[in-house]
Structures are given as C-alpha cells and as structure tokens.
Design a protein around this ligand. Structure first.
Ligand SMILES: [Zn+2]
Length: 452
C-alpha cells in the first residue's frame, strides 16, 4: 500500500474546542488529520455518516480504581476498560491504591504494567502514590512514567496504602514540586472526622444522615485550607479530588485568583444524588466524602458554571457485592465507593442539559480538563488535528433505564440501577479503532499505557 487511507467520520454535531458544528473528522492511522467541512472530504476517503448522533472527544477519566494487580476480584484492567469503552471513555488514569502492591514504588509500577499488558480496551496511565514513607521514591516514579501523584490526609480505609500527616507531606512536597507533576489530594482531615464520629456513639448507622454527620464539611474545608497554604509555600501543582462540599468553592476560587496552581474535580454522584433522598440502608450510595444535600448539589453545578471546578472524574471504585453490606445496610461497615464508568456520560448529560449546559461543557469537564490535569492534553481530550483519534458517538436525545446489562464492570453493583437517563453511547473509538459498538466490543485489547 502507498499512502495511508483516510476515513471520514461525519456528523451534524462534532464537539470541537471551538464549538459544536457539522463536520467530518478525517482520521489517518491513529490520529485526527483534520476536522474539516463536510464538503472537504477527500473523494477517496472511506466515509462513516453518523447523522444526528454527536461526535464527542473520547472521555478521559483521571480518577479510577482499577485494583489490579492484587484485588482483581474487585475489578481489573479487562473489566474496567470494558466498562470505560461502553461509557465513552478512551483513557483512564489509575489511582495508586486498592491494588496490591500500591503504586508507591517503581517496582510496583512495573508490576502494574505487567498486569495491564494485553488486557486493555482503552488507553491508560498511572498516578503514583505519596505515602508516609516513600519520599525517596517520588522523583524515581516520575522518571519511570507516572503522570502525577495521589495522597490522603485521612486514613483511606484500605490495607496497603498509608495516609500522610502534615509533617510527612512537607517532607514529600519538595520532591513533588521538582517533578512538575500534579499532586492529587483526598482532602478530608482526620481530626474533625474523628471528633464527629466520637459523638455518634449509639447512633443509627443504617441512617444516611448519621454517615453524613460523621464526615462533616468542616473536615474538607480544613484540609483545603491546609493544602492551599502548602501550595503557596512549596509551589507544587495541587489538585483537589472529589470535592463534595460547595463550602470549599470560595477558598478555591481565592486560591486560583491568587495565581496558585490549583485545580478541582467533582464526581457525577455529587451532582446527581442528594442526601435527602438516600434511603436508610442504601449503602450503594456510600462514598467518601459523602454526598451532601440538594442545595449543596446545585452550588456544585454553579462551581462548574463559574469554572472553579475544572473537571468531572468518576472515582470509579468497585468492590465485590458482599462488601457493600446490602443485607444489614450499615453505613459504618460498608465499603465506600461508587462505580460509574459505563454511565457517567449520560448521568452528567442528564443533569447538565436540564441546567442549560451544552455538549461542549461536557467535553471540557470530562475530556479536555482531565487530559490537561494528566499532562496529555496535546494528544487526548480534544477533537483537533494532531490528536489521537479518540471519540464517542453519542445520541443526546435518546433515553434509557440503567440495567445490569448496561454496566460492563466486574460486578454490576451500582446506585444508578433503575435510573432513567438521557443520552446513549452508540460507539467508542480509540486511536481510530472501534472498541465499542451496538452494546458489544468488536475490537482487540489494543489499549496501551500513555507515556509522555
Ligand atoms: Zn478515589
């Protein structure tokens, strides 16, 4: 063969960084050659016309717990990336915990690479852990190819990954700052959580209100305050994961206005559910920090509107069904984690279009924003010339009810089951290859690690 053949993916609604328009996405090999006017499709191009279905950039999820190696019975590269492909995601960045060993050493990163090989439908990359005693590994992890770091200011509640105290964090930050990579932080402080929990002796732990009381907004606020001060002192890139309280928005806006390198994410579950309507014993909704009230939820949408919240990531955190303690419904002992890779796009679109947002907002929050955080924005997260040909064919007006068959993760355990959602993922393409279409997975597992 001579010149590589060009494929033209045509739609009345291609979501580009410059707006939504009728266009042909011209793909050559694994890359987008151009987003062209429909009249400019080369005569010899192989055409695929999606009509009214929109073409969005492939979503990038910067907050996923794949759990492999070590806890593959919870989730794994095969099932996690299948769930991602079905949900319109074309790249996942894996959190360093819940797998064993945790990704806090270069050897553990290599073990993860070995575990991923040949299993991924979509591309992936790793965050490295910052734990109590691995300050000496941080720069080596960066050199070995992690895209950034993650730490906890409170016990993560799982073996194999330790939280950091302020003192340990201070020891780590000069190393983090030298890498130039972001530090993603679970922003809740133990002090306020322990104090609140101590007051709940004898409380009814089947009640969601008890759980919310045990993790007060003040724990998030205190952590954010500390982190912003450390960001000012050490000049590292700070990223707050899964912001749940809107009370944090003012602090974060002020830090951004000051010019500090701070970014913020929230998750679909904080934007979809509300504490008032979570039933007693409904531990499928348990996550940390907790889902708060309906007014708080509207203010989080406001944070997205104002740009204080930069992106939406799933925090897809699966476990075997038994760990959700569905029988006893105890919010104290149930595993905290919500899975949403297969449905996050329609969950977000359902809420967003009701509030007057557009598909371009979804693309910014769920593709471009996470790609920028992970340092892969030049190749991922946008429908633009030179980027990887990662995209989603999405029917924004179609509706469906979430059933187990729609969830392609290892365990079909989800608080979204039974929800009526707007927007259906018809197909997902990774670097020009179709990996999801018509409810199935036609492609090979050709996803690979993204390396800068
Ligand atoms: Zn997480």
């Amino acid at each position: 063969m001579g010149a590589m053949s060009v494929r033209a993916y045509i739609s009345r609604r291609v979501v580009t960084p410059d707006g939504v328009r009728a266009a042909a996405v011209l793909v050559e090999g694994e890359r987008i050659r151009a987003v062209a006017a429909i009249g400019e499709v080369p005569a010899d191009a192989e055409g695929h016309d999606f009509g009214d279905a929109a073409i969005l950039p492939g979503l990038v999820d910067s907050h996923v717990h794949i759990n492999e190696p070590g806890r593959t019975e919870w989730e794994g590269f095969e099932t996690g990336t299948r769930a991602a492909a079905a949900g319109g995601y074309t790249m996942l960045v894996d959190m360093p915990l819940n797998c064993l060993p945790a990704t806090s050493t270069v050897a553990a990163l290599e073990a993860k690479r070995g575990a991923a090989r040949g299993k991924c439908l979509v591309d992936w990359a790793a965050w490295g852990g910052v734990v109590s005693d691995n300050q000496g590994e941080i720069e080596a992890l960066a050199a070995a190819g992690v895209l950034g770091f993650k730490c906890f200011l409170i016990n993560p509640g799982i073996d194999g990954f330790t939280m950091v105290t302020e003192q340990e964090l201070r020891a780590a930050l000069p190393h983090v700052a030298r890498t130039g990579l972001p530090l993603l932080v679970h922003a809740e402080l133990s002090g306020p959580v322990d104090a609140a929990t101590a007051k709940l002796v004898g409380a009814d732990w089947r009640s969601y209100a008890t759980y919310v009381k045990s993790r007060p907004e003040g724990a998030e606020l205190a952590a954010i305050g500390l982190l912003v001060a450390l960001c000012r002192e050490f000049r590292f890139r700070l990223h707050i994961v899964h912001l749940s309280t809107s009370e944090g928005l003012a602090l974060l806006r002020a830090a951004k206005d000051e010019g500090l390198a701070v970014s913020v994410e929230t998750c679909p579950h904080y934007l979809h559910f509300a504490a008032e309507t979570i039933a007693d014993g409904a531990t499928l909704c348990k996550c940390a920090p907790p889902i708060r009230g309906a007014e708080n939820r509207e203010r989080l949408w406001g944070g997205l509107r104002d740009g204080v919240i930069d992106l939406v990531a799933t925090d897809h955190s699966p476990c075997p069904p038994s760990m959700k303690k569905l029988g006893e419904g105890n919010f104290k002992t149930a595993w905290g984690g919500i899975t949403s890779l297969s449905v996050a796009l329609p969950v977000m679109w359902t809420g967003a279009q009701k509030r007057g947002f557009a598909l371009s907002d979804i693309a910014r929050w769920m593709a471009e924003g996470p790609a920028q955080l992970a340092g892969c924005g030049a190749r991922k997260g946008r429908m633009a010339a030179g980027c990887d040909a990662d995209f989603v064919v999405f029917e924004p007006e179609a509706e469906f009810v979430v059933t187990k068959e729609r969830l392609h993760q290892r365990h079909a355990v989800s608080p979204y089951l039974g929800e009526r959602l707007r927007g259906v993922v018809k197909a997902t393409y990774v670097r020009g290859k179709r990996v999801f279409a018509g409810g199935g997975f036609p492609g090979e597992a050709s996803g690979r690690e993204f390396r800068v």
